[in-house]
Design a protein around this ligand. Structure first.
Ligand code: GLU
Length: 378
């Protein structure tokens, strides 16, 4: 394996929005079944520090099933799906309470978000989950996210929080995903059986060779082995999120990464905003056209959202979340974006002021026709 120049290793300080994924085996003691309080306290100290530096932090926490097992004193060994769903129903309460309590010691509010595969795959639900998370971050809360294990059956579940965390990271346009794991990174051979196995500090591209190194290791409590971590790496790096696999078996695991502890970085070639904008501009089939006035064009160029007041004409058949083309009064394309309303509602509110929109669509409606994060201006 070629040696990588140290300058390529990113610094934790470079990131503004960080998703931290915590595996079950780190949170829950496999023997006693209780929470590993001291470790969690040290992790949350690290999270609080990042949060205090005005970074956004999101936590994807496993442990519902493992905690539920402990509370219910279920026997060891694999659980049937309905048993793990019911165990998760019990354990998730304890898990959420723990996060809320430990974060509150630092004056930080936690917000629980439970998602299923459909919420990240289906556009409309994806947008809803994304705006909830964005709002929590705006309020400086720390979203604590897990799969909604109680309703997710085999066909519609992730089953592992590695890939879920990668989806959450891309959904939140995070620039870093940290997978805290019971292993400190990717090795070129299984470290358990190969004494000379070497840790790979940087993966610039996930090649078949890298995938082959992933093997099938996993511990009793966590479902995800190295393979799901590599899958997570593919999802994250394809959408502009760097990923790092690091050991959670030490106190202050995030500070340790900042201090240069052994870990594996998966680098993304893009930055998340660019990647998302490229996706909006290039990969989505436009479903309609919004023609806007010159004032609105000037506002878009200054970086504002597109407000309904500036829309002159609405064409096409689109639903909320679809890509649309934005044209100026002369018909020239001014940009593209993801529209926040179905075509019927867009038609009703075009040209209207925010106070009119309240009357037409009701108090819980959104204010922008296209939010600036969902907009690419030419
Ligand atoms: N969502 C599961 C739980 O909270 C864990 C999945 C995983 O271990 O990756 O128990």
């Amino acid at each position: 394996m070629a040696k990588v120049p140290a300058s390529k290793v990113p610094a934790l300080a470079d990131f503004r929005r960080i998703v931290v994924k915590v595996g079950s085996s780190l949170l829950v003691d496999s023997g006693a079944g209780g929470l590993r309080e001291a470790w969690l306290t040290s992790l949350v100290e690290d999270i609080a520090r990042l949060h205090g530096e005005k970074r956004d932090v999101l936590v994807v926490s496993s442990g519902a099933i493992a905690l539920g097992r402990a509370v219910l004193r279920l026997p060891k060994g694999p659980l049937r799906l309905e048993d793990s769903q019911a165990a998760a129903a019990v354990g998730q309460i304890a898990l959420a309470r723990t996060w809320a309590e430990v974060l509150s010691r630092h004056g930080i509010t936690a917000g629980q978000v439970l998602v299923t595969l459909g919420d990240t795959e289906e556009r409309r639900r994806y947008l809803n989950a994304r705006s909830t998370i964005a709002k929590l971050l705006e309020w400086r809360a720390v979203p604590v996210i897990n799969e909604n294990d109680t309703v997710a059956t085999n066909e519609i579940r992730y089953g592992d929080n590695d890939r879920l965390a990668a989806r959450v990271a891309t959904m939140a346009s995070a620039d870093l995903l940290v997978l805290l794991s019971d292993i400190d990174g990717l090795y070129d051979a299984p470290p358990g059986t190969h004494a000379d196995a070497k840790l790979i500090p940087i993966v610039e591209r996930i090649t078949p060779e890298i995938e082959a190194m992933a093997g099938a290791a996993g511990s009793e409590l966590s479902r995800g082995g190295m393979q799901t971590k590599i899958e997570a790496g593919k999802i994250a790096t394809a959408s502009g999120t760097h990923m790092v696999i690091a050991s959670g078996h030490i106190a202050h695991p995030l500070r340790a990464i900042a201090d240069g502890a052994a870990c594996t970085w998966f680098l993304t070639p893009a930055n998340p905003v660019t990647a998302r904008k490229r996706w909006i501009a290039g990969s989505l089939e436009p479903r309609g056209v919004l023609t806007i006035d010159t004032g609105a064009i000037a506002a878009l160029k200054r970086g504002s959202s597109l407000l309904p007041a500036g829309v002159i004409r609405v064409e096409g058949q689109f639903t909320r979340g679809d890509a649309v083309i934005i044209r100026g009064p002369d018909g020239a394309e001014a940009g593209r974006g993801l529209v926040a309303f179905d075509v019927e509602d867009a038609e009703k509110i075009k040209g209207k002021s925010s106070s009119d929109i309240l009357l037409i669509l009701g108090a819980d409606s959104r204010s922008a026709m296209i939010h600036r994060d969902d907009l690419v201006v030419r």
